[in-house]
Design a protein around this ligand. Structure first.
Ligand SMILES: C[S@@+](CC[C@H](N)C(=O)[O-])C[C@H]1O[C@@H](n2cnc3c(N)ncnc32)[C@H](O)[C@@H]1O
Length: 203
């Protein structure tokens, strides 16, 4: 197989679901999201940076449809193979959200461990705001500030985690209300411990 220089997750996708720390972290994120937000089967949700679908698989039983947006073909291919095991309608959209527009509205936006891969967080949150119906929710999980050791390679990593107050204020600036940021847990790696938070809010 040829490697794809633009697909930063090429070479990781096939083994992505085998990492215990990875799975435990996303399970904790999903559990907290489901505690904080009451979805229903009439709702259509966007998962930004959906990867292999670890997060959306857990939310799927509670919503009608999930649009999985990811730039990586290799991650999307793994998700596509799992379709029959996912308990809601799934639409996989392979785009770079910073360059392509989605002409749809959603009732909620989810994201796990992806936002640090985007340079302009305010611009991203403004596009999330645009994409939501009034009353639509955000549930965005990412890393607390770290020293640059979380990833083996920092290619495509624009933020070594986030300061929670800055992250929340960026969402406020984009127009979101009822914002709440809380701890999900800690990802333990041999060379460090990395805090993970969840921001929830409403348009
Ligand atoms: C660390 S993975 C997280 C995957 C999944 N959310 C999870 O928690 O298991 C980050 C994902 O974001 C995607 N991604 C990064 N930048 C993106 C962009 N600009 N547009 C769409 N997807 C992006 C990557 O391809 C990758 O699949």
């Amino acid at each position: 197989m040829k490697s794809d220089k633009k697909d930063l997750f090429y070479g990781k996708a096939r083994d992505y679901d085998k990492g215990k720390a990875q799975i435990d972290n996303v399970t904790n994120i999903a559990n907290l999201i489901l505690t904080e937000i009451k979805y229903d089967k009439n709702q259509s949700i966007l998962d930004f940076g959906s990867g292999t679908g670890l997060l959306l698989s857990k939310v799927a039983p509670y919503v009608g449809k999930i649009t999985a947006v990811d730039i990586s073909k290799s991650m999307n291919d793994v998700l596509d193979e799992k379709r029959s095991m996912i308990d809601c309608e799934i639409d996989i959209v392979e785009i770079d959200i910073t360059k392509n527009k989605l002409n749809q509205k959603f009732d909620g936006i989810l994201s796990s461990m992806t936002i640090h891969h985007l340079k302009d967080t305010l611009n991203l949150f403004e596009s999330f705001y645009e994409l939501l119906n009034n009353g639509g929710t955000i549930a965005l999980a990412d890393l607390d500030k770290e020293n640059g050791t979380f990833h083996k390679s920092n290619k495509g990593v624009y933020h070594f985690g986030f300061d929670r107050e800055d992250f929340l204020n960026t969402a406020k600036k984009a127009g979101f209300k009822n914002l709440k940021i809380q701890t999900v847990g800690v990802v333990e790696k041999p060379y460090g411990s990395y805090g993970v938070f969840l921001l929830t809010g409403i348009k």
